[in-house]
Design a binder for this molecule. Sequence first.
Ligand code: ZN
Length: 83
Amino acid sequence: MRNLFLSENSGRLHAGEMVSQSGIYRAHHRAHRMPHNVYVNAGTRLPVCQRCGHDVEFGLLMAGPALQTDYDFSELGDTAKSA
Ligand SMILES: [Zn+2]
């Protein structure tokens, strides 16, 4: 019986960590605010909360790549296709 997954696999990211997947994240603050949703772009470094500092955590709710990175909508993808 190992409970490693409880601490290691919660899926939450913390302030200062780099986001690798764009999408809707749920921000969990410490005591001062109810959890709420935010959109975060991949490559963004998660900010420190102005009120609870590094205690804020972010959990991915739904991945949603930016429109410009979609191969059917981006102009980059279009030029690559016509080659
Ligand atoms: Zn906070």
